[in-house]
Design a protein around this ligand. Structure first.
Ligand code: NAG
Ligand code: NAG
Ligand code: NAG
Ligand code: NAG
Ligand code: NAG
Ligand code: NAG
Ligand code: NAG
Ligand code: NAG
Ligand code: NAG
Ligand code: NAG
Ligand code: NAG
Ligand code: NAG
Length: 619
């Protein structure tokens, strides 16, 4: 017995009270859902083995009922959810206009019955485990305005029929397993305002037809293996507020036409090759809140007008060729001015720098030099490692050890004291593996008091304020499988980064070394679990002494699955008393499966021993 109280009105007009139930019957002119659509919908949900939630709609009776026809109910009130419109063709037939199944672990191909839902304007099936193609018949749903199939494992090429969806304003195909290039026909979708193709599997050049997409506001296209030059025509998309290009194989320079994009609020262009750009093109981007031009061959100096960008919260210019000094006017309110004004009447301490929004600044790995402006203090989240700053009595800094982490590694130079390093990344001291369990998220680097080794972490999330993520990870799943001689305990913890993670050996004896890196994927779910959460792909590069030794390293691919140990050993030469092991996220892999900031370098332990690599240990 259904315990829900139902109110039904009879067609003859009188109310009938029956036990504890009230019944309501539709009269003869009642609204009915298009019969073809009912049939299709029921068949689809049967295939998906999914039921509507109570109150959403009636799967065996009239789908256009309950919240489906309640104009005030949102699509978000239920999951799965449909919405209907009963005023489209004539006043007695309802049509299904919205369909959402979100994160319900539905698996299967996209069913052809969908075509019967001719009135769909909104289709959302993201975060499931749909496989097979995005079928050509999707192009028959000509009323679609919103299409989101992200975070599944759809494969094959994108159908050119997508170009028939002339009403489309929103297209999300991100985090799938597609192949091939972007169909030029997508350029016909001139109402398109938002497109998300990150980690979708598509590759190749951005079609020239995209020049028509003048209504574009948001484009996410990172981790796509896009090639060729960044198209000049994007500079004409003058409604653009967000652009994300990273982890592709795009070539610089950043076109000068980009200086037209004055409404941009979030701009991320990273991992460019071949041709340098200066920062001139950002001159008029006064609305910027997030700017990341990391690893993008930016040269020249940092313009001080950035200090006038009142909304800017995150500024990441790391891994470039910037030179010159840090501008003293980068902060729009110079703390010194406040100090000065404060002299007269203020009591109870100095005013805080509250007017300033710029929260995170990353200038690491450039060629910046000279001394620091007055605003450079511990109060600002700021990363300055890997530059060429002056450290002397004229430039006393708040940052212990920063002097050691400059391009010329001055600490313990010519007075080497060490020849072995062993570190249990992210964990406590274990046998002769030293502890490395301090969260360095905020401080971004740590030099041990012995100045023997150091870590630096760089990386902010693509969000307002550029949230830094915890750099420690613990295995909460099953124990790591480890067939080699390393103790499994080493793999229960890891250090992780959403950008770049470096270990430095300082004051090492010069000579040949064997560097062993121990990895196990302890963050992702098992890949065969048929859940969208298992579709994460972690990809980073391994550099030793500045030379890339492994491009696109994928721990679980190398180890044959998640929670399996893998050791990689490399020869390295120390010639200037320092060693640098660098795990670098070059924008590849999925970003946010299973959660935000899941991606990037991850390492369980490392050991550095003098002498040549013993092949016996190679994994
Ligand atoms: C759905 O509708 C059918 C036919 O109108 C009715 O018999 C059934 O009780 C309804 N089911 C629910 C759960 O409301
Ligand atoms: C929707 O909500 C508004 C304001 O609460 C109300 O006036 C209106 O009647 C509601 N419409 C429907 C169809 O329930
Ligand atoms: C309303 O439209 C439906 C579907 O097109 C059709 O089957 C039905 O006969 C129409 N009803 C009226 C009253 O025109
Ligand atoms: C889609 O439309 C095309 C052209 O109108 C038609 O040939 C095809 O049969 C349709 N596909 C489906 C699955 O209805
Ligand atoms: C992705 O597609 C390739 C073939 O293009 C296939 O080998 C691979 O197994 C697919 N991956 C997933 C997770 O389905
Ligand atoms: C955009 O930039 C290009 C190249 O810098 C320029 O020729 C063009 O006139 C600009 N368009 C607008 C609308 O400002
Ligand atoms: C680099 O850019 C130059 C100048 O635009 C071009 O001639 C050359 O082909 C590019 N090289 C590569 C490897 O892409
Ligand atoms: C963006 O810039 C425009 C024009 O310069 C301005 O009117 C608008 O308020 C700005 N928006 C934000 C969010 O700052
Ligand atoms: C930046 O790089 C470009 C291309 O290599 C070069 O022409 C230009 O002189 C460089 N600018 C600076 C300031 O080094
Ligand atoms: C970056 O600057 C360094 C040092 O000045 C120089 O060796 C290197 O060639 C530059 N790289 C590019 C791409 O301009
Ligand atoms: C660092 O700066 C010094 C001068 O202060 C200069 O001699 C040296 O070449 C610079 N090193 C690098 C790597 O740019
Ligand atoms: C280390 O130096 C030796 C001798 O100069 C050289 O043969 C070897 O290739 C170097 N190894 C690396 C990894 O650079």
């Amino acid at each position: 017995m259904n315990s829900t109280v139902k109110i039904l009105l009879s067609s003859s007009g009188f109310s009938h009270f029956c036990f504890i139930f009230l019944f309501l019957f539709r009269n003869s002119t009642a609204l009915v859902t298009d019969a073809n659509e009912v049939k299709a919908l029921n068949s689809i949900f049967q295939k998906w083995n999914t039921q509507p939630e109570p109150g959403a709609w009636n799967i065996s009776g009239e789908p256009c009922s309950g919240t489906a026809t309640d104009a005030n109910a949102s699509l978000d009130d239920h999951n799965p959810a449909i919405k209907c419109d009963c005023s489209l063709e004539n006043s007695s037939t309802c049509h299904i206009t919205h369909l959402k199944v979100f994160q319900l672990e539905i698996t299967g191909e996209i069913p052809e019955e969908l075509v019967a839902l001719q009135f769909l304007i909104h289709l959302e099936i993201n975060q499931n485990y749909f496989y097979g193609p995005l079928p050509a018949f999707i192009g028959n749903l000509s009323r679609l305005e919103f299409l989101r199939v992200s975070r599944n494992t759809l494969s094959g090429p994108l159908p050119k029929e997508l170009g028939k969806l002339k009403q489309l304003t929103y297209l999300a195909i991100a985090s799938n397993n597609f192949s091939g290039t972007l169909p030029p026909e997508l350029g016909f979708l001139d109402k398109l305002e938002k497109i998300f193709i990150d980690s979708s599997g598509v590759r190749g050049e951005i079609p020239s037809t995209f020049a028509n997409l003048r209504n574009m506001k948001i484009m996410w296209a990172y981790d796509c293996a896009l090639t060729g030059k960044i198209p000049e025509f994007i500079g004409n998309w003058n409604k653009l507020t967000t652009l994300r290009f990273g982890g592709n194989s795009l070539e610089g320079p950043i076109p000068s036409s980009f200086s037209n994009l004055t409404l941009l609020e979030k701009l991320q262009i990273t991992d460019l090759h071949n041709v340098s750009s200066s920062l001139d093109f950002i001159k008029n981007m006064k609305n910027l809140t997030y700017l990341s031009l990391r690893n993008a061959l930016i040269n020249g100096s940092i313009p001080s007008y950035i200090g006038k960008y009142k909304s800017l919260q995150t500024l990441d210019l790391s891994f470039n060729n910037l030179s010159g000094q840090i501008p003293s006017a980068l902060f729009s309110i110079d703390p010194l001015t406040q100090l000065f004004l404060g002299n007269n009447s203020l009591s109870g301490g100095l005013p805080q720098q509250k007017g300033v929004k710029l929260q995170t600044i990353d200038f690491s790995y450039n060629y910046l030099s000279g001394s620091f402006p007055k605003w450079v203090t511990n109060d600002v989240t700021l990363n300055l490692v890997g530059n060429n700053f002056t450290f002397d009595s004229s430039n006393i800094s708040d940052f212990y050890g920063l002097n050691c982490l400059q391009r010329y590694f001055p600490c313990n130079r010519n007075t080497p004291r060490y020849s072995h390093i062993a570190i249990n990344s992210g964990g406590k001291k274990f046998r002769d593996y030293e502890a490395d369990d301090r969260d360095i998220g905020e401080t971004s680097f740590v030099v041990l008091n012995s100045e023997k080794w150091a870590i630096s972490n760089v990386g902010f999330l693509f969000t307002e304020g550029g949230q830094a993520f915890n750099t420690l990870a613990q295995n909460s799943g099953t124990k790591v499988i480890n067939s080699k001689t390393t103790p499994p305990d080493l793999y229960q913890t890891s250090r992780k980064s959403i950008g770049s993670l470096r270990y430095y050996g300082l004051g090492l004896e010069n000579g040949p070394y064997n560097v062993s890196l121990f990895f196990a994927e302890i963050v992702y779910e098992d890949q065969d679990s048929r859940k969208w959460g298992s579709l994460g792909r972690r990809v980073f590069d391994i550099y030793i002494q500045g030379t890339r030794r492994w491009k696109d390293f994928d721990i679980s691919k190398e180890a044959g699955g998640v929670r399996r140990a893998i050791r990689k050993s490399f020869n390295a030469n120390v010639t200037e008393n320092h060693l640098e092991i660098h795990l670098f996220w070059a924008g590849k892999g999925t970003c946010c499966i299973p959660g935000d900031g899941s991606y990037g370098p991850l390492i369980s332990a490392l050991s550095v021993t003098p002498g040549k690599l013993c092949d016996f240990f190679e994994s």
